[in-house]
Design a protein around this ligand. Sequence first.
Ligand code: ADP
Length: 405
Amino acid sequence: MSTSVLVINCGSSSIKYALVSERREDRIFGLAENLGSADARIKGVTTGGAALELSIPHADHEKALETILERLAHHNPQAIGHRVVHGGTLTKAELLTPEIIERIREATPLAPLHNPAHLVGIEATMRLFPELPQVAVFDTAFHQTMPSHAYRYALPKFLYTQHNVRRYGFHGTSHAYVSERGSMLAGSFKQGGWLTAHLGNGSSTCAIWNGQSVDTSMGLTPLEGVVMGTRSGDVDPSIHSFLASNLGWDIYKIDKMLNSQSGLLGLSDLSNDMRTLIEASEQGNEDAALAIEVFCYRLAKSLAGLSCGLPRIDGLFFTGGIGENSAYIREKTVSYLPHFGFNLSKELNDNLKRGTEGRIDHGTGPQIWVVPTDEEGRIAKETEHVVDEVTASATKKLDAEAAIA
Ligand code: ADP
């Protein structure tokens, strides 16, 4: 592999990694899971595409990262890019310095499940590889271009000014990549108005005008917005007082229910996995059928709502495990948006090969595309960009000092 960037995504008991080559065509990737337990292991794919499975009993994040890097050292990565869910008000990817690490720590109350795990990974890689430039790429950064009328809640002002309570949005790396790639395929690179639907276990929508996010479905946390695998998406906020008063539930129980027991799983009482639900619905399971209908209807409603942020709609991009693979969900969603002039081609939609990009409309009305996301590739690109910028500015400073001397 030529020059490469190691992309790391640290969760509370897992680490996803990918070594991405400069032209993004080569990937070595894997997952360290069950960290801290006897069953800790690394599963992945090596350079030649062979499967890798390595037991690392009781390994913590640092030990797992050490093992991953030992295996990849001969590829000589030039930099490390860390996925960080919440960057607070940071507007772009940043070189990791003590100040930026502190800003990530300060954003922890806004992403209590994610940011602490990212910090463990960041601190471990900085101890292990102090000589490598390391960059944080934030899920929230792409949405920092939203205007205030899109990101403010109609709540007392001090909650925003003193406690940062506002809409941030997530999946920014994916929405940025997909809208850039999709608009390029459509022949209007980063121009015009586009809607993106990132549909995986977590799902969100975004409106993009001339390459910038102008609104998105997720808010202060990734719970707001469309129906997801186990997350409810939008509900009446009074549900908290209703459940507290009538069922005696506390805030933790309600939070757990909304995040882990709702969405497709809650509606179907069967599964959070869309494939399972489609199969069950085909076999006559009415709860599964309803879960799918609510998912598609609420998704269409979100896209229609976000369209208010766009002067015009040039098209819609589907991505994520569901968006890339399910012609059925794409068709059902678009069927709820006839008044936007979308004209989906059943033939192109049904025949699009899984995991490939392609246009799926009749060529009249706004375009509809499937664009497989590439969050690792995008993180690698942003990491390289930050490292190049820092190097260029250091060289400029040295030149200026030499000129003075
Ligand atoms: P994550 O958010 O965890 O990255 P993914 O983007 O991998 O999730 O998406 C996972 C979802 O994609 C699951 O609900 C899975 O059922 C769904 N999915 C994958 N393939 C298909 C398919 N062929 N048809 C319908 N849903 C699919």
